[in-house]
Design a binder for this molecule. Sequence first.
Ligand code: MN
Length: 324
Amino acid sequence: MSTEGGQDRDPEATPDLTRERARTERRDLDKERGEPLAAAGLRRASRSLRTRGRAVGDWSSPPWILVTNDDGIESRGLLALKAALDPIGRTVVVAPETNQSAVGHQKTLMRPLRVRERRLADGSLGWSVDGSPTDAVSLAFLGFFDHGFDLVASGINYGANLGDDITYSGTVSAAMEAVINGCPAFAISQEYYEHPDFTLAAAAARLVARNILEHGLARGELINVNVPAVRPEECEGIEVTRLGRRIYQDELVQRLDPRGIPYYWIGGPPPSGLAVPGTDFHAVVNRRIAVTPIHLDLTGRRLLRRLKTWDWTLELPEKGSGSA
Ligand code: MN
């Protein structure tokens, strides 16, 4: 197919602006001295997304690995993930300052972001951001560093992110943000325990990271990993799964504040799920580590076909009517 200009165009190579976006661009040009877009000149492409990956030992320089999470920079899970990946690349920690669990893919646009240099418990330096996991990843890709990243790892989350959970998960959203920025990524979560041991999850994280660096991921792809709350010797291995169905048991709790005004709290027991074989939920219930491929193309293919059979005739006012 050819366009009006008569030239074939690769839509992925030359993106079109929507009208909304085009207006924004024009507004930027209109500024007498337009501020540069957030350090766009410093933006660096990642190395491995579109090219075939290589075994970690064959990289000419160690891969840059961004480590983030949604539980906050002080989480032991974050440190465990960093320690797991230190042997295979140059890790850099950028994470939310506070617990951002279940913020989803929130991006902060209406207030400034503050970044603080932090000394992590292993003695290394990291950065905390007073925003969401997505903000932390955005910052890293929009020029905060003078280099790009080859992989983003998000976790190790306290609590599983199975099936429908991924629509709420800050942990998974951080990985999605990486993919939007053209960098391969995975999220890793562990079923909740009182006193978590991260030995098993750390081994899983290292294996997943090595595999992604070796094989690469295509545009829009990420991997979601869930680790059962079992000791390493009780684990029944790894299963490649699809997303399962969660069953939430949320309850709205109404109480009175000290001034007698009601407030509401979403409470209730933790979610369960449908243990259908082949799903992430079924694997974790059966003491296996679930490795689930995720794609950012959320198009409902079956619904797409059905929608095409519906009547889409717009009813518009006749031309010339309705105006004086
Ligand atoms: Mn969390």
